[in-house]
Design a protein around this ligand. Sequence first.
Ligand code: FAD
Ligand code: EPU
Length: 337
Amino acid sequence: MVYKNYSLKNYNTFGFDVKTNYFATFENKNELITLLNDFENQPLLILGGGSNILFTKDFEGLVLQNNVKGFQIIEQSEEYAKIKVGAGENWHTFVLHCIENNWCGIENLSLIPGTVGAAPIQNIGAYGVEIKDFIESVIALDIESKEIHQIDVLDCEFGYRDSLFKNKKKGKYIIIEVVFLFSKIPNLKLEYGDIQNTLKNMKIEAPYTIKNISDTVCYIRQTKLPNPNEIGNAGSFFKNPEIDINLFKKLKEEYPEMPFYASTLPNKIKIPAGWLIEKTGWKGKKYENVGVHEKQALVLVNYGKGNGQEILNLSKQIQNTIKEIFGIDLDTEVNII
Ligand code: FAD
Ligand code: EPU
């Protein structure tokens, strides 16, 4: 069924009431190809859970929501499991399914909103883990040729909040399924931020299980990040900038307390954008209908009656301040439409 002039209010976690000319969902490759053929000349947007999208205006084209479901064990042994998952499966439900089956590794990625199919797009990451380390391949439809390609992880060009699908192949592929490879032997990642303190506070004792780590990550996230069902947001609005080492040294002299992390890029250091934004006084600021979250400065929020333009304007003002004060360009993580 194709809906006309359809509201996307319930399809983006900012909760903005924009419209699309046409809206449909697809459950498999054949349905998808039929829709693509029927709307060949329309601008196209593929939607998962809408948790990393900012709509600044109505969408003049076809929005297709991915609803490809299913889990399939392709291979397993005592040590590992190779699993194929439909791109329309909910991410957190999938994480819980892995934990139940003792498929280890993505417990630190608990409670990230959205779908399995969107996870490779920006190489989702949290609490010291990125999904790229558990992907074997991505199965996607090439929009032009309508052929299915199985793209090996080594060809996905994954980086921090980055992939082939955001760059060279942006708008070229629709991800249908993702193949994951998990160890059945836990290799817990406890180093990031508050994980160990929270385990202690929650009176969870070692040896820890992957379920313990998932519970801890869920708890930390619930205390820090606004729940989109209560207050519209799309998680971190900006990426943490990776700055040149010389600029880093200069800033560190002026701001010795500035936190920093190693970057995988040569001669770069990663700086938490939340700290930069807080330092410049933006944290908790409210402008009529939108604002900067009071507990996490990296998250821009819709208090209910805002619109995408207001969020975009606010984000530009923040970018200008950060450039002026620190000489750093902040890139957006959220996809702006
Ligand atoms: P959407 O928002 O629907 O789409 C995102 C982009 O991917 C769009 O460009 C869309 O066109 C494209 N896309 C989606 N599905 C497909 C597909 N099947 N094929 C091709 N293109 C597709 N992200 C993190 O990395 N780490 C976090 O810790 C984190 N925390 C968050 C916390 C909150 C409260 C919120 C609201 C968001 C958070 N995010 C985080 C961002 C977001 O959850 C992830 O980016 C998630 O993977 C987006 O999934 P989605 O299905 O909602 O994608
Ligand atoms: N910080 C501040 N003020 C703030 C927020 C953060 O000073 O308002 C400082 C903290 O004190 C800490 C540092 O910044 O020293 C890092 O903070 P935090 O651990 O909260 O993580 P983040 O860098 O702000 C990143 C991801 C999140 C992910 C968390 C946990 C990006 C852009 N964001 O946030 O991902 O959940 O780490 O790993 O990399 C998302 O992508 O949407 C997202 C929520």
